[in-house]
Design a protein around this ligand. Sequence first.
Ligand code: FMN
Length: 154
Amino acid sequence: MAMTVLYGTETGNCKGLANKVAAKGEKNGVKVEVQNLAEYTTAQLAELKGAVLIIISTWDDGLPPPKAKPFCDELATADIDLSAIDYTVLALGDTEYPLYCECGKQIDARLAELGAKPFLERADLGSDFLVSYIGWSKRFWKTLAGYFGVGKSA
Ligand SMILES: Cc1cc2nc3c(=O)[nH]c(=O)nc-3n(C[C@H](O)[C@H](O)[C@H](O)COP(=O)(O)O)c2cc1C
């Protein structure tokens, strides 16, 4: 069992959560490959198969984290088929901003447009993300256990 976690971050919060997912995966017998969207292309995304989790924050009035912006800009116009991907998005943001978790929302919509299938509804986490992550993680691993066809939840 294997899955890919792609994160886009500016100050490390999404990276921290990606590493938590990887650590939990190791415990659950799921091999998790973690990649930074700052060094990732849509051509690489198009080669993925199976379960993919995208963890991304929003910056500067609804924009992607600056380092992940080239990837997001490329994704907006990419002509790629993502029908081999089953995905979910974990969006980080802050409810103080009018465009709350906008980048995660846009990625979610764009992946679906390109044929990827959601296996779990997107979750938007605010400034209390370290707390709300705990409930999300339970839902995520329970859903993935079903996805991989094993009776294990975490
Ligand atoms: C200058 C600045 C702009 C931000 N803009 C937004 C925004 O437009 N929408 C939103 O939901 N969150 C916004 N945030 C909140 C970040 O998305 C949030 O702090 C997130 O946890 C950062 O995650 P990261 O460290 O992985 O980049 C902003 C934060 C800062 C400091």
